[in-house]
Design a protein around this ligand. Structure first.
Ligand code: NAI
Ligand SMILES: O=C(O)C1=N[C@H](C(=O)O)C[C@H](O)C1
Length: 249
């Protein structure tokens, strides 16, 4: 496949490495210094675009891909308030987009088991639940996209939670979650690629369900696999369509 990389930072560069190893070609690399090269003619050199850019850039990039009619895999986080509008435009314009808050197979397994565990916890109201995410200090968005997907998986399946609220760890004057609110605590520590924990706590014990990324390799490989999966497809997809854990369990 010929790939356009929209965003050539920490993730874009590792994605390039996996893409080349798997026999693909990178025909376009867009970053903050060459944004004017993101045009219809250049994009149409590619079979697929992979966007790991910034929350500010991603919407423009998505609509450039729609305009050029080039399928796009979106790994960038921090834009999910626009997800429904993008889905509508994708479907009505017969475009192709696949998005995911986290492309690693481990986290996608985690997403699935998180939902099963949340459903089970309806029977055990003695447990309260919260989500914690830890990332490197350059991260622009908070909470992480992965933490939002985890929280939504809990809210869909656990009757006693109906919305999430975010606090920055160690900050003062943050709201204490009310009944029905699921707390997502965000912590920023140098060099951490991404750690997510779901914590169920009762009077007598804690149950911790945790995913720790050791590097960005899992995210990057998953994004290339998703781009391969998207070949010859049309429509609006998420990474859960690629891994399909829901089908047989
Ligand atoms: N879904 C997933 O599995 C993962 C998602 N991410 C998300 O991917 C995004 C990128 O992460 P990193 O590579 O760590 O960030 P980074 O800051 O290292 O790289 C961002 C890149 O975007 C470029 N950029 C800035 N403006 C741009 C524009 N207008 N068009 C294209 N590129 C532009 C920057 O020059 C830089 O090359 C973040 O939103 C992050 O949360 C990160 C890891 C995994
Ligand atoms: O910014 C990051 O680094 C990451 N972002 C994604 C997120 O917001 O969940 C995925 C991963 O945790 C790394």
């Amino acid at each position: 496949m010929k790939i356009a990389l929209l965003g050539y930072g920490k993730m874009g560069q590792i994605i390039e490495k996996f893409a080349l190893e798997r026999g693909h070609e990178v025909v376009l690399k867009i970053h903050d210094q060459n944004g004017s090269e993101l045009n219809k003619r250049n994009l149409q050199q590619a079979d697929v675009a992979i966007d790991f850019s910034t929350p500010d850039a991603v919407m423009h990039n998505i609509y450039q891909c729609f305009e050029a009619n080039v399928p796009v895999v979106v790994g960038t986080t921090g834009w999910y308030g626009n997800l429904q509008a993008v889905k509508n435009d994708c479907m009505s314009g017969n475009h192709t987009l696949l998005w995911g808050s986290n492309f690693s197979i481990g986290v996608n397994l985690f997403f699935h088991v998180n939902k099963v565990l949340a459903r089970l916890m309806n029977r055990y109201p003695v447990y309260d639940v919260q989500v914690e995410e830890i990332h490197h200090t350059q991260k622009l968005d908070s909470p992480s996209g992965t933490a939002i997907t985890i929280a939504e998986g809990i809210i869909e399946n656990l009757d006693r939670k109906s919305e999430w609220v975010n606090i920055q760890a160690a900050s003062e004057d943050e709201p204490v979650p009310q009944a029905g609110q699921l707390l997502i605590e965000s912590l920023r520590i140098e060099q951490v690629p991404g750690t997510h924990t779901v914590l169920y706590s009762s009077e007598v014990d804690d149950i911790e369900f945790k995913h720790t990324a050791h590097s960005r390799a899992g995210f990057a490989l998953g994004a290339v696999i998703a781009a391969e999966w998207l070949q010859n497809k049309q429509g609006f997809y998420s990474v859960s369509d690629v891994f399909e854990f829901n089908k047989n369990s």
